[in-house]
Design a binder for this molecule. Structure first.
Ligand code: GRG
Length: 292
């Protein structure tokens, strides 16, 4: 099957699962609408696609990791809603649509983000319980919790905010993004290996996903300067407007691109060891060359 077809098949699997779990009963309409608005706004679903791919690539059953993979997408979506808030990046557009707080108001956007985060952990615990408390599901849940928490994504976001208006070194920037962007990408890949019962592969998965995460972020920084706002679905030049340290600010466009290729190639060298079908390698290249 061609890459595009395979990617869309995985996206469909994820979208169908998310649609089924998000019809939460006994929840005020406005919060459900706000949750669904951002969850189905056209995200690329790369984190859950990575979970399914690593799991299947290591001969696991992707259906078994799907619930946890979708929880990572719930957490990712909450982080975008909160990141766009006036008190954070104050963005008006995301995925080609007005941001959550622009449509539902700031209080509802905060609550929709909170609801997605809490629902993710409710669902993770349900998944652990449904699987008879099999240790690998608990381990996967712990990894997701750590990646999204103060030593992971939140920690990265704090470092980012603390450094607005300052000049970070390249090493500091990589460290910050290994948490802010990288932690969730790493967790997505790790749970694929864990649910496939391949803890022997975790070191390689970590190295693959660390390199992929940094390459992904460098491309994000480049697109924020040189991308097409219509394709990106959001305004460009936001990093500069917020006076953030970025790969573009430190390295300029040519060196940033070169740096992204280096990180992506390091990931690529490991991709075939994690997925013999070649899809993970193609996904790695797709993310390097993406326009949105
Ligand atoms: C908890 C407030 C809060 C923030 C956490 C991850 C994060 C920190 C904020 C998200 C903002 C951001 C732009 C982070 C960089 C990572 C990144 C490039 C996110 C966009 O991910 P994609 O491209 O988005 O996968 P789609 O729209 O495809 O899902």
């Amino acid at each position: 099957m061609a890459f595009k077809e395979m990617y869309e098949k995985k996206q469909l699997m994820i979208n169908n699962y998310l649609s089924n779990i998000i019809s939460v009963e006994n929840t005020p309409e406005v919060v459900i609408s706000a949750m669904k608005y951002s969850l189905f706004a056209g995200g690329k679903r790369i984190r859950p696609v990575l979970s399914l791919t690593v799991c299947e690539g290591l001969d696991g059953n992707p259906e078994k990791v799907l619930p946890l993979a979708c929880c990572i997408e719930l957490i990712h979506t909450y982080s975008l809603i909160h990141d766009d808030l006036p008190s954070m990046d104050n963005d008006d557009m995301r995925r080609g649509k007005p941001t959550n707080h622009k449509v539902f108001g700031e209080a509802n956007a905060i609550l929709a983000g909170d609801a997605l985060l809490n629902y993710a952990f409710e669902f993770i615990l349900n998944t652990i319980s449904i699987n008879n408390f099999e240790p690998k599901y608990t381990l996967a849940g712990q990894i997701i919790a750590k990646a999204s928490g103060p030593t992971g994504m939140i920690g990265g976001q704090v470092i980012d905010i603390q450094n607005e208006g300052k000049n970070m070194s390249l090493e500091e920037l990589i460290y910050m993004h290994s948490k802010k962007t990288g932690a969730l990408i790493e967790a997505a890949c790790m749970i694929g290996g864990i649910i496939a019962d391949r803890v022997d592969k975790l070191d390689e998965i970590k190295e693959y996903s660390h390199n992929l995460g940094i390459a992904f972020q460098i491309v994000d920084d480049i697109l924020d300067c040189t991308g097409d706002a219509n394709k990106l679905g959001k305004k460009i030049g936001r990093d500069e407007a917020l006076d953030k340290s970025t790969f573009m600010k430190i390295l300029g466009v040519d060196k940033s691109r070169k740096f992204a290729v280096e990180y992506s190639n390091r990931a690529l060298n490991l991709a075939d060891k994690l997925d013999r079908t070649g899809f993970l390698g193609e996904l790695t290249e797709f993310l390097l060359n993406r326009e949105s």
